[in-house]
Design a protein around this ligand. Sequence first.
Ligand SMILES: Nc1ncnc2c1ncn2[C@@H]1O[C@H](COP(=O)(O)OP(=O)(O)OP(=O)(O)O)[C@@H](O)[C@H]1O
Length: 284
Amino acid sequence: MTVLLEMENISKSFKRKNVLKNVTLNVPAGSIVGFVGDNGAGKSTTFKTILGLIKKDEGTVRLFGEEIYGQQSTLREQVGVVFDAINLPAELTIKQLNKVFVKMYSSWDQEAFDRLLQTFHLPVDKKVKEFSRGMSMKLSVAVALSHNAKLLLLDEATGGLDPSSRKELLDELSRFVEVNKGGILLSSHIMSDIEKIADHLVFIKDGEIILTEKREVIQNQYAIVEINEEELSKLEPEHVVTSYKDNNALVVLVSDKRELPENIAVNELTLEDLSVFLARGEKK
Ligand SMILES: Nc1ncnc2c1ncn2[C@@H]1O[C@H](COP(=O)(O)OP(=O)(O)OP(=O)(O)O)[C@@H](O)[C@H]1O
């Protein structure tokens, strides 16, 4: 399997604060990796490190199998980027911007761009500064999907979109992965979006990756259960991912609910529950 993005043991400090601690994650071709963590967990810093916008202290970033750190032209062509802060020239219309994109990207796909403008209902004669936040987001995504990039880095790209726009956008992302065999690293606080399209999940907390797993494994095998110390001691340690104490009860995330004794009640696990749990739980 081709791996489009490999981050290995990336660390980064701002002044004395260690904001990324040995971050390791992969984005294989043909996959959508949901990147989940609370505010300030380190998601945007991770994206900026991949793009070389901030300097990492330690570790390796490989894109398309190579360390192409700082090679901005390769990055611009092959990596589609959508960040929360919109960075398009505000005085121009889409029609005017289109001429810039044609010159900027050697593999600009006008047909794809025209189709996306229609899908996202974007006006071509209106100045970007008059766009709503959602419209600007959709324009950024349309551009990212129109220059034959292999990898998309989407930091909160669905935030601020109405439900039908979110659906259109998620459908386009799934199509990109299927048709282009591309890969996507997507951060979002909207767990239902992640649930819909991500096939791998990476959870980050205080700059540390605390869980990397396939979505279907989480949904089929993981469980959050309330047990006591004695029951906990009977579980195989490798099945206990993390836990926290809630008054007298122990709340435990297990990686294989089939290993639990029968008397323990197991509820269906949603990604929303899991993300709240992981933000709270102690590292094992
Ligand atoms: N330029 C900077 N200088 C100092 N500290 C920074 C800088 N950029 C980020 N940080 C700190 O790094 C930590 C991680 O921030 P980051 O923006 O990566 O979080 P995030 O997971 O993207 O959060 P959110 O979900 O709120 O967007 C935070 O504690 C933040 O204050």
